[in-house]
Design a protein around this ligand. Structure first.
Ligand code: NAP
Length: 259
């Protein structure tokens, strides 16, 4: 399917690996020029060069911490005029509800709620002026169904979801859509890190920790970054202009709910 966005320009935050990388790859396949971001320069440059040579789109890598004000300023300065924004950053650490104090919550809110909000605030006016724009926020299945060990994520992402619910309806009259993608378990470094925690805690092998988690997913496997990226590219496409303020679960059926 032609997504109708060839020649558009996208910022994909936190995109040298994992789900962000999947989104960058699928947007590039649709002919979208990219600004890619991550903190470590090496893997970012490697991913940017590979995508540029495989697809022929222009890719500008910007190494910066997207959760810091300076990092965002650097990324926005290098990005210039944008049509598409994919918000993403690393997820908060796991723990118990009784572990976290104010500073832990502030860090999680900064990374997973206030950073995407700051980027939307910076970029929505330009999109509205042009009468076309797409924003996709990578959140989590924890928005629909809380994950006990990820209380910081449950909280910060719920806050972002509330902001998007209200804001998406205000920018939609200008041809700009904002939607959230809610990943369940996907095979990325983040999933590996969480599985390693379980394997240590329960004194089982990493493979057993994975198999144990796979059995909780009706699809009986982890999702891939390619599947996730394809859903993101569709939400950024011309065909998705009537999809506003939605929360799309990509979880292999893990959340047991009718709606
Ligand atoms: P990942 O495989 O660990 O990749 C994270 C990517 O983000 C890397 O490119 C990393 O590069 C970059 N990054 C991290 N912190 C950054 C920062 N502060 N500034 C700029 N770039 C940053 O993670 P993932 O699995 O793709 O997860 C992406 C998001 O989805 C996370 O918020 C995660 O919590 C959420 N999520 C993931 C899953 C899953 O199963 N994978 C499920 C639910 C939710 P650098 O380290 O070089 O910065």
């Amino acid at each position: 399917m032609d997504l109708g966005i060839k020649g558009k320009r996208a910022l994909v935050c936190a995109s040298s690996k994992g789900l962000g990388l999947g989104c960058a790859e699928k947007l590039a396949e649709a002919g979208v020029d990219l600004v890619m971001n991550a903190r470590s320069e090496g893997p970012l440059r490697e991913a940017a060069d590979r995508i540029a040579s495989e697809t022929g789109v222009s890719v500008t890598p910007v190494a910066a911490d997207i959760t810091s004000e300076e990092g965002r300023a650097d990324v926005l300065a290098a990005a210039g005029d944008l049509d598409i924004l994919v918000n993403n950053a690393g997820g908060p650490p796991p723990g118990m509800w009784s572990d976290w104090d104010r500073s832990d919550f502030i860090a999680a809110l900064d990374a997973n709620m206030l950073t995407p909000i700051a980027l939307m605030k910076a970029l929505l006016p330009g999109m509205m002026e042009k009468g076309w724009g797409r924003v996709v926020n990578i959140t989590s299945q924890s928005v629909k169904s809380p994950i006990a060990v990820l209380g910081l994520s449950n909280s910060a992402r719920a806050g972002l979801t509330g902001y998007v619910a209200g804001t998406s309806r205000q920018v939609a009259p200008h041809g700009v859509t904002i939607n959230n993608l809610l990943p369940g378990i996907h095979a990325t470094d983040r999933a590996d890190a969480l599985d390693k925690g379980v394997s240590q805690q329960q004194n089982i092998s990493l493979e057993d920790a994975r198999t144990q988690r796979e059995t909780t997913i009706p699809a009986r496997r982890y999702g891939t970054r390619q599947e996730f990226g394809a859903a993101c590219a569709f939400l950024c496409s011309q065909h998705a202009g009537f999809i506003v303020g939605q929360n799309l679960l990509l979880d292999g059926g893990a959340v047991n709910a009718t709606l």
